[in-house]
Every structure is written in structure tokens, then in C-alpha cells.
Design a protein. Structure first.
Lengths: 301, 421
């Protein structure tokens, strides 16, 4: 009996041993949540981001190294709203980690804490890759980042009450800096109000909504489907009637379709970081919004 | 330290409090209500094939190897519907998850392809599974046919696993808490099909078949991910029968009883620039199987020939492999090539060695090394639809080459399935 207890204890210790028994292991599905977790947890956590700004989060392989990371995670911070539906469920079941299953404290779905845009009235795959719970690309509205930050800070305190004071202090500091930055961005982005842009995918909708810009078209004929020559020709025609100020795309998109439209319609094409790591300047969440706004202002001046 | 908090929260979770008191409440939008709110995820796979074969598929056999009796032959010539797969899956409660996959065959029959429950709440990285499921032996065996990169199974999977090995049993898998991926698993099952015995399994307590497997995997740089596996399938076959013709041309049924041990080594490597497979990606996959069998081979179990039923020793060592590469060169478009090769190896038949019968009485076991070359191109409208054109030169049968052309569609509707690595 004693040996069994010892064995179980040893196994338990082994599972705690990675990557460091002192820090919470946070697995972020997207770089924006990885960056937020880093802001809020500091050295109290080791943060791993499952994807980079160069990946399309809709299409990610549930590769072995991700399963291994989830296996040892104490907290998962993901977007939800079916964004990771192709890979996260596999990671959850194959990792055999009870701490981070949906419904447990170690599972945080950011999209649950924000009001969502584009909630479809009709859900039909004939409409392309529609998300029944609404547009999942929620992080490009700074107010949403603040909402998720509050939820995440609270979750960190619950998971690691011993360091509650440190988390609260970091959360307060972040909140203050974010509030100041947000009001600065609001002033800077005032010049973007009403500006029509063509998007690649509906992944910029929250930014467009926050900045009061207007979506004048999409390079994808339907969400998730690649641009076709006939659709691009239609867009060129449309630009003649009601020109947009720019065509924008994300770091993970191929620039070809955007450049095609840019040349034909004589409007600038702008690559935007979309998330942390998408450009050199988008080193963290602050840099992300600085660069998003900066690049747009430079293009539509 | 924080473990204590985790325990307290785990308790509150177990009591059905998803968010501990005082936690930030999520905003609820569009949550389904009423009875249907707890419906399992349902998906349906539809597929169909046009096949143009230079050889008659009803006479299909793989020379040099004991016939497996499974669905290993090519599809019918001409237009035919494939199996329609209906999948139900969902959480049962906080402890279990259930999955059922029913194949509706073109012959208007329903077959339970998989129906299993698996644990959600075991600690320390353990997952237990019970029911009918595709065995974890090899790599491709666990993957459903609609997710294969070619229309049909590799020859090695056909001769060693009867196409695809599914069995009634239990599986225990442990995922190691290592920085790279490592799992170890065991299965104990009934031995419902080839290679254990006649279809339906044996009338015997205990288990008829056992599997051990382990996988390791990780990343190479920022664009490549890999996984390698080693597995072992051991079974004591009982009255595993197959049909052949003897030297006089009479149809006979022979049967094998004895030990069958199969080793499988598998590897998968996937490349996508910066892990973004949207525009271009490449997948390299291969498996090697080696099987040793020894026991008794009974000739003519029905005593249809003059000599009647006779039994002698039997032993064989056989191997096979396939290697395939699939390249997505444009969004939606992929091309692929697969090479198949089997080695009939050495087979010793006691009745032949003793001079009682001749090798010509066991024509299908005569040494022959089948090969096949396959190329395919497919187009995927979205991740839910795929149309494929495939050409193959199949030398499964000694002396003849079957030139095969397949045009196939595979579509799925309903719940979004995951993309297994």
C-alpha cells in the first residue's frame, strides 16, 4: 500500500515538475492572449502561445508539441466562439489534462466576456465559414482587451491565491496604462472615422467598429473562401463607383489579392499586424494598437 | 501553494459550479435552450466514386499473403456510392465523453464502425476508452477513410490489418508530462476480425488480441512538425479461414490457428511555412509492418477434396511498407504520390515440406512481392468538401497489372470535426 501511495505521489510530483513547479503554466491559443497573460502574470507564470501572428488561427494542426504543452498547462486562455474548433477540442481530449477542460477554472474563453459583432441570423455553411456565436476576432477593440484582462486577472487570483496581491497589483497597473493608451488611441483614430476600407477577411471587424470606419468590401467572396478572379473583378468595378481609401490585410494573409486590387483600383494596400508579433512594432498589445493605427493613418492621410 | 486553490476549485467544479462565486460572469449570447440544447454533435460524411479498373475487382487478391476477408478490394467498376458515415459525439457528464460512428453501406446496411466512451476526468494524463474503436496500431489505422489522402488503404494495411482494424475492447493511454509529446498505450480486445479469427470473434473468455503502442513527436524549427510511432499487435488466431484453389483446381477452404505478432513503425512529417498551411504545405507519411506467424495450417476444412482435411505446421515472416507525400501547391489544390511494396518473405507450410501436398495446393501463398504506384490530385472547395482524381498501377495480383482510375467526392456536413495530426 505504502509503495502505491509513494508511486502515485511520485507521478503527481512528476506532473507538477514541468515546466517549473513555482509558476503557473499558461497556454494561450493566440498571441494576443499570450501577451495579455504575460502583462498580468509577469514572472509568476510561464506563458506559451500556441500560434503566431503568421498563422491563420482557423487552420492550425493539433500537432504533438501542442498536445504536450496542453498536457502540462494550468490555464488555457483561448478566444472561443468556434475560432479554434478545428484543433482545440482535439488538444483538450488528447492531452488528458483535467485542469483545463471546459467548465473548469483552468479554461478561459475570452469571447464569453465581450459583446460580439456579426452574430448571424441564419447559420448555413453555404454562407461560408460563419461562426454561430458571432465574429471571434474580438481582440482588436481595446475595450474588449480591458474586459478580458479583468476576467483573466480574476482567474489568476483564483488559480494562485498565494500570489493574489501580485496579480491585483499588475492588473491595476495594466488597467491604468491601458486606459491612458486607449484614450490616446481614440484621439489618434478620430481621423479614421467614416473611412471606407476593403478587408481581406472579417478579422478586422472589431477594429473597424471601434474606430468608426466602414467596411466597403471583402477580398474573400465568402468568409473563409479564397479570393476568385471574378470576385476581384467585381470589387474593382465597385471601387470605381464608390472608392475605398485602402485595402487592408493581415500579416498571415498572402498579399497577392490585396496588391491586385490596389493596382487596379489605385488605392493603397496596407498590411496590418492583426495580432502581437505581426510586425516588428507590434511587440506587445500596446505596440499592436500603435502600429495598427499608425499604418492606417499613414495610408489614408 | 496554488495547488490548494486548484483543489478547492476542482471541488466547486465537481459540485456543478462552473464559475466559483464572485467570478466575472460571462456574457451569454445565443445559447440554445430547451431539450435540443444538449444534443450531441452530429456530422454526416457523404462520398461516392467512379472507378475504371482494367481488372475485374471481384477477382481481387493480394498474392503471397493470406486473404484477410475484410473490405480490401477496390470499389465496384463504374459509379458507386461509398459508405455514408454518421457521427454522434458529445460529453456524457463531467467524467465521460461518447462517440458513435455508424457507416451506412451502399448495400443499405448499417454498420457500427466505432462506438466508444472515453474518460475526461482521469488524472495524471491517463485516458481510458471502451467500446468498439479503430486500433491505435500503426498511424493510418486510427484515421477514418474520409480523412485519408488517397482513395484506398495502403497494401500493407490491407494485408496486415484487413484494411482497417476495429475491435471491441478497451484502451488505456498515458500522455507523459514531458516538454515533447510522448504517449504509451495498451489495448485488449475481443479479436473480432482478421487477424484473430473468423468474423464475429471467438467463443472464449478473456481477450483475443492485445496491442501496445507508443508515439513521440515534436517540432523542428518554425515550419515542421513530426511524429513517430512504434506498435505491436499480438493475437492467437483461431480458425482463421480463407478460400483458395488446390492444384487440381478445386475450391478449398483452409484455416490457420496459432500465434500472430505484428510490429509497426510509423512516421509523419508535416511542413508548412511558418506553420501556416493555408497557401502551401507538405506532408510525408510512411509505415513499415513486419509480421511473424506460427501455428497450424489446416487444408480443406470442409473435406471437399479426395485427400480430406489435413493439418500441418505453418510459419511465416512477412513485411510491407508504404511511403507517401502530399503537397498542397495552391490554396485548395493538392497532389500526392504513394509507393506500396509488400515482401511475402518466407513461408513454411508443414504439409508441403512433408510431401503430403505440393506448393501448388496453396497458390495464393506462393512467394510474390506486390507493388503499387499511386498518384492523385484533389481540390477542396472548403475544409468540408473534396473532389479527388487518382490513378494507380496495382500489381497486387501476380502476373497482372490493374490500371485503376478513381474519381471521388468526399463531403461532410454538420458538426466540425477536428484535424488529427
Amino acid at each position: 500500500m505504502k509503495t502505491i501511495v509513494k508511486l502515485v505521489a511520485a507521478l503527481g510530483l512528476a506532473s507538477l515538475a514541468l515546466p517549473s513547479a513555482a509558476a503557473i503554466a499558461i497556454f494561450a491559443c493566440e498571441p494576443e492572449w499570450g501577451a495579455l497573460a504575460q502583462e498580468l502574470a509577469g514572472d509568476k507564470a510561464s506563458v506559451y502561445s500556441a500560434t503566431t501572428a503568421l498563422q491563420d488561427v482557423h487552420r492550425v494542426e493539433a500537432r504533438p508539441s501542442l498536445i504536450a504543452r496542453v498536457r502540462s498547462a494550468d490555464l488555457l486562455v483561448c478566444t472561443g466562439a468556434e475560432l479554434e474548433i478545428g484543433w482545440l477540442p482535439l488538444l483538450l481530449t488528447q492531452s488528458a489534462n483535467t485542469r483545463i477542460q471546459p467548465g473548469s477554472t483552468g479554461y478561459l474563453e475570452a469571447s464569453q466576456f465581450v459583446p460580439k459583432l456579426d452574430i448571424p441570423k441564419v447559420v448555413d455553411r453555404a454562407l461560408g465559414d460563419v461562426h454561430p456565436s458571432g465574429n471571434p476576432h474580438i481582440h482588436l477593440d481595446p475595450r474588449n482587451v480591458a474586459r478580458v484582462a479583468d476576467a483573466l486577472a480574476e482567474r489568476l487570483v483564483q488559480l494562485d491565491p498565494g500570489n493574489a496581491d501580485a496579480y491585483k497589483a499588475r492588473a491595476n497597473s495594466f488597467r491604468e496604462r491601458w486606459r491612458a493608451a486607449t484614450s490616446r488611441w481614440e484621439k489618434e483614430a478620430a481621423r479614421l472615422k467614416g473611412v471606407p476600407v476593403v478587408v481581406y477577411h472579417k478579422d478586422m471587424s472589431y477594429f473597424i467598429n471601434w474606430a468608426g470606419m466602414r467596411e466597403a468590401g471583402s477580398l474573400e467572396p465568402k468568409p473563409g473562401l479564397p479570393a476568385t478572379p471574378s470576385h476581384l473583378a467585381e470589387l474593382v468595378e465597385k471601387m470605381k463607383r464608390e472608392p475605398a481609401k485602402a485595402v487592408i490585410y493581415s500579416a498571415y494573409n498572402s498579399p497577392r489579392a490585396a496588391e491586385f486590387l490596389s493596382e487596379r483600383a489605385k488605392i493603397p494596400s496596407v498590411m496590418l499586424p492583426y495580432t502581437v508579433g505581426g510586425t516588428d512594432k507590434a511587440k506587445d498589445l500596446f505596440g499592436l494598437f500603435d502600429d495598427m493605427i499608425g499604418r492606417l493613418l499613414a495610408a489614408v492621410k | 501553494m496554488y495547488r490548494k486553490g486548484v483543489t478547492a476549485l476542482a471541488v466547486s467544479a465537481a459540485l456543478g459550479l462552473p464559475y466559483p462565486a464572485g467570478a466575472q460572469m460571462p456574457i451569454q449570447t445565443g445559447t440554445p435552450r430547451g431539450e435540443s440544447a444538449f444534443n450531441p454533435g452530429i456530422s454526416l460524411i457523404l462520398n461516392g466514386t467512379y472507378a475504371n479498373l482494367s481488372q475485374d475487382p471481384t477477382g481481387f487478391k493480394i498474392n503471397g499473403f493470406v486473404p484477410t476477408l475484410g473490405e480490401v478490394g477496390p470499389p465496384n467498376r463504374g459509379l458507386s456510392l461509398g459508405e455514408s458515415e454518421l457521427t454522434f459525439s458529445g460529453s456524457i457528464d463531467p467524467y465521460f465523453r461518447g462517440t458513435a460512428i455508424v457507416a451506412l453501406t451502399p448495400e443499405n446496411e448499417a454498420e457500427i464502425e466505432e462506438a466508444y466512451v472515453q474518460t475526461l476526468g482521469l488524472s495524471y494524463g491517463f485516458i481510458a476508452k471502451a467500446g468498439r474503436f479503430f486500433s491505435g496500431v500503426g498511424y493510418l489505422n486510427e484515421i477514418h477513410a474520409h480523412a485519408w489522402d488517397f482513395t484506398d488503404a495502403p497494401l500493407a494495411n490491407k494485408v496486415f490489418l484487413g484494411g482497417q482494424l476495429g475491435d471491441d475492447g478497451i484502451q488505456l493511454k498515458w500522455v507523459a508530462p514531458t516538454p515533447f509529446y510522448l504517449d504509451i498505450g495498451v489495448e485488449a480486445s475481443r479479436g473480432l476480425h482478421f487477424t484473430s479469427g473468423p468474423d464475429g470473434g471467438r467463443n472464449k473468455n478473456g481477450t483475443g488480441s492485445g496491442v501496445f503502442f507508443t508515439h513521440v513527436g515534436g517540432d523542428l524549427g518554425t515550419s515542421t512538425a513530426w511524429q513517430a510511432g512504434l506498435s505491436y499487435l499480438s493475437t492467437s488466431a483461431l480458425d482463421r479461414s480463407y478460400d483458395d484453389t488446390d492444384s487440381a483446381g478445386a475450391l478449398v477452404t483452409n484455416s490457420f490457428s496459432g500465434k500472430s505478432r505484428l510490429w509497426a513503425v510509423s512516421g509523419v512529417l508535416k511542413w508548412a511555412p511558418n506553420r501556416n498551411p493555408t497557401y502551401t504545405n507538405f506532408k510525408l507519411q510512411g509505415e513499415y509492418f513486419r509480421r511473424r506467424e506460427n501455428g497450424d495450417l489446416t487444408f480443406d476444412t470442409a473435406a471437399a477434396t479426395a485427400g480430406g482435411t489435413q493439418t500441418g505446421g505453418y510459419s511465416s515472416t512477412q513485411s510491407g511498407l508504404y511511403l507517401q507525400g502530399v503537397h498542397q501547391f495552391l490554396p485548395q489544390w493538392r497532389v500526392g504520390y504513394r509507393y506500396d511494396r509488400l515482401d511475402a518473405g518466407t513461408t513454411a507450410i508443414g504439409l508441403v515440406d512433408s510431401g503430403t501436398l505440393t506448393a501448388a495446393d496453396f497458390p495464393i501463398l506462393a512467394a510474390y512481392n506486390p507493388t503499387r504506384n499511386t498518384v492523385m490530385v484533389d481540390w477542396s472547395g472548403s475544409e468540408f468538401s473534396r473532389v479527388r482524381l487518382q490513378f494507380a498501377q496495382d500489381k497486387s495480383r501476380a502476373d497482372v497489372t490493374d490500371k485503376q482510375v478513381f474519381l471521388q467526392y468526399i463531403m461532410s456536413l454538420g458538426a466540425h470535426g477536428g484535424h488529427k495530426f
